[in-house]
Design a protein around this ligand. Structure first.
Ligand code: ZN
Length: 272
């Protein structure tokens, strides 16, 4: 009986748009949480913050252009910062809510040029503008509240509706494999596609994005995509190749699909 209830809840949750978009936090709260966490990351000082040189300047240039392209450059809830951290062994970047972005030096050999970096920063900025951090934190709050509820031995009939929804956590691994991780992958795909829009608007070549993911595939660990929070790099490259012509059409309807962004970049004086 109870098992049937959980299965029903799981079915509802996996098809529930509200759950996927659930966000308890306002933009101002997210900005404040993001800024605090970012300051903490920088203060912990595991990686030196690089504040001069060609690579630093490139990160600032591309980051600011992407921030403007996102339409959130003047939004007080987004205080954009693009930090370059010295970590040659980390091929990654991240963005915290409110526009706090870090790029590790280890990703620069994979991004290879400004267009590749624009693909990465477009993706990271899209996570912030789409409130993915707030949604993740809200989902985490619910899934952790269930553990408290289960631990306290409260009966299902004594729970609030929210707690009942949270009860899905009793399925343990299922919440990771069936609910949390796929939503995260969904966010990754959404960030890829919106990030491409930002990079086109900023004048960069969107076709560098699939090339970037193909290069990433060469160094990735081979975790099966269904078990990973990130889609397989080659799957991402394939999805992007399919989506880019349509996105270019939508963003720059009068330009030929393959040339548009490169031409725009050259006109804007971007180094290729
Ligand atoms: Zn991501």
């Amino acid at each position: 009986m109870l098992r049937g209830f959980y299965v029903l809840l799981l079915t509802l949750l996996t098809s529930c748009q509200t759950w996927r978009q659930l966000n308890f936090y306002s933009d101002a709260e997210l900005a404040s949480i993001g800024a605090e966490a970012f300051a903490q990351v920088l203060k912990d000082g595991n990686h030196k913050v690089i504040s001069s040189g060609k690579e630093y300047e490139m990160v600032q240039r591309v980051g600011q252009r992407i921030a403007v392209a996102s339409g959130k450059a003047d939004d007080p809830n987004y205080q954009w910062e693009f930090k370059l951290l010295k970590a040659d062994g980390i091929p990654n970047a991240f963005c915290l809510p409110g526009g706090k972005v870090a790029v590790y030096t280890g990703i620069l050999p994979i991004t290879l040029n400004e267009h590749g970096l624009a693909a990465v920063l477009g993706h990271e900025v899209a996570h912030a503008t789409q409130h993915h951090g707030g949604i993740r934190m809200s989902q985490a709050a619910i899934t952790s509240s269930i553990i408290v509820v289960a631990g306290a031995g409260i009966s299902i009939t004594g729970m609030t509706d929210l707690q009942k929804v949270a009860c899905i956590g009793a399925l343990g691994a299922a919440i990771n494999l069936g609910v949390t991780l796929p939503f995260s992958r969904e966010h990754e795909t959404e960030a890829d596609l919106i990030g491409i829009r930002f990079s086109i608007r900023a004048g960069y070549d969107p076709w560098e994005a699939p090339k970037l993911w193909e290069r990433m595939a060469e160094i990735s660990s081979g975790v099966p995509s269904w078990l990973s929070t990130h889609p397989n790099p080659l799957d991402r490259a394939a999805e992007l190749k399919e989506a880019i012509p349509q996105i270019i059409q939508e963003e720059r309807p009068n330009a030929p699909a393959t040339k548009v962004a490169v031409v725009a970049a050259q006109q804007d004086g971007v180094i290729l």
